[in-house]
Design a binder for this molecule. Sequence first.
Ligand code: FES
Length: 114
Amino acid sequence: MVDDRSDNAEPAFTPVARAGDIPAGEGRTFEVAGRLVAVFFDGRDYHVLDDLCPHMGASLGSGPFVDGVVTCPWHAWRFRACDGAWCDNDKLRVAVFPVRVVDGAIEVAVPVSG
Ligand code: FES
């Protein structure tokens, strides 16, 4: 496949699920552009973070999501969905990615690495 985007192009949005597939207060993990991302639904909006917990590598997508904060299922580190910051020290962050809903599809934009 030929990637004809210029270096300055925004990453393309990729559909990952249907709106309604992710219950409020939960997340799901998807692979997009070779990277695992966690998509959460707060009952109104979707939020996308890097799925890999920076502590010891748990999947954040399986953690509970309450009041805009995901709690890692292994050791309970908490991350804000709005900016990926660790709630105990916002100098540590996980990446966040753009998300939108188009024609009922949840679409995520993840830069292609490498
Ligand atoms: S692996 Fe996430 S808090 Fe330890």
